[in-house]
Design a protein around this ligand. Structure first.
Ligand code: PLP
Length: 380
């Protein structure tokens, strides 16, 4: 049976990984500045994370959400502490789309309303409502189309206020990425996030902080939204949460009440996924990785700004996008094929860097040297 051909693949089979390095089936080593699409938070195959999962496998891998699972409570406590969102509640699921789907659904249950404000170029996932709130018609199937989503320009406070003035009593939620990822690294400004908070309070809507890509320490704070100094009502997260073990979640403000059956999942919150997520937080805390994301991110961003051929640099911490000058469109390919460095892309011409939060200055220097060599090769 063939694989359903939906992914344009690099002709490379990665079979081994450690820290910020991966190896192909021929033994060729690569530097991973992409983290498997922002997923690798503490480094590939971190020994503590491996042991946490291994130990859990010998205890119990799965039981359904019909019994008390102490490991879920342990994880909730850890996330409360590391995120600083002390009285929030936790609902566990399996992916970023599922986290956003539950966040949007919960906002609608809570408010009794149907309309959602989302933003131009946003990406929230591929399930029904998450994809409807994603500004990319080519991945929205006819069955996902709905009038319930209102798209506004990012960082346009006047448009936001006008929309609330005319539709305020119908709006269940505003969903926004703290830093838009798939769009090519565009930050929501602090003033804009504060305006979302204010309007949601005034009109009784919920503020959903999509932190699937920009959360979990990647920006140099636990949530990129935290830079604005206001709390959201719901935070969605996934990617870095399990360091590659599938797990997602929403953090839910204390004023939102649960009701039996309101949300649910078979696999979400299984003991194995919780062990992986606990392993991640333990390493993040022990090795101070959120601080490392800030320090290494500042270093990388400043260095990129001084490289000839780099036009603009955007982002925070280790969520970085840079645009190249004309003539360097093949740069990602050269980085991968000639310099053996994985990076991410965003169309039309942005290179995204989403490395492990444990990346070292030495590895960043290897990347910067490779980048200069790749640019020189293209300019020859
Ligand atoms: C901001 C954001 N939200 C949601 C998602 C969807 O996550 P998943 O692919 O785990 O469903 C992504 C994935 O790239 C994302 O970047």
């Amino acid at each position: 049976m063939s694989l359903f051909n939906v992914y344009p693949l690099n002709p490379i089979a990665i079979t081994k990984a450690s820290g910020s390095r991966v190896w192909d089936d021929k033994g060729q080593e690569y530097l991973d500045m992409y983290g498997g699409h922002a997923v690798i938070s503490i480094g590939h195959t971190h020994p503590h994370w491996v042991k946490r999962i291994e130990d859990q496998l010998h205890q119990i891998a799965f039981y359904s959400n019909s019994v008390i699972m102490p490991i879920q409570e342990e994880l909730a406590k850890s996330i409360n502490e590391i995120s600083g969102k002390k009285d929030f509640q936790l609902f566990l699921c399996n992916s970023g789309a599922e986290a956003n789907e539950n966040a949007l659904k919960l906002a609608s249950f809570h408010t009794g309303r149907k309309k959602i404000i989302a933003f131009k170029k946003a990406f929230h996932g591929r399930t029904s409502l998450a994809v409807a709130a994603t500004d990319n018609p080519s991945i929205v199937a006819p069955v996902n189309e709905t009038d319930n989503i209102i798209f506004l320009p990012l960082n346009d406070i006047a448009a936001l206020e006008a929309c609330f003035e005319s539709n305020g009593k119908d709006i269940a939620a505003v969903i926004v990425e703290g830093i838009q990822g798939v769009a090519g690294i565009h930050e929501a400004s602090n003033e804009f996030l504060q305006a979302i908070r204010k309007n949601c309070d005034q009109f009784g809507a919920l503020y959903i902080a999509d932190s699937v890509q920009c959360g979990y320490g990647r920006s140099g704070k636990f949530y990129a939204h935290d830079f604005a100094g206001v709390n959201a009502d719901i935070y969605s997260m996934a990617k870095g949460m399990g360091n590659g073990f599938p797990i997602g979640a929403i953090l839910i403000a204390p004023h939102i009440q649960a009701k039996f059956g309101m949300l649910g999942t078979t696999f979400g919150g299984n003991p194995l996924a919780c062990a992986a997520a606990l392993g991640v937080i333990e390493v993040m805390e022990k090795d101070n990785l959120i601080q490392n994301a800030k320090v290494q991110g500042d270093y990388l961003i400043n260095a990129l700004k001084n490289i000839q051929g780099v036009k603009t640099v955007r982002g925070k911490g280790l969520m970085i996008g840079f645009e190249m000058e004309e003539g360097l469109e093949e740069l990602r390919k050269v980085l991968l094929n000639d310099l053996k460095i994985f990076t991410g892309e965003a169309k039309p011409n942005v290179i995204r860097l989403l490395p492990s939060l444990a990346i070292t200055k030495e590895d960043i220097d290897v990347f910067l040297k490779g980048l200069k060599e790749a640019i020189a090769l293209l300019q020859k």
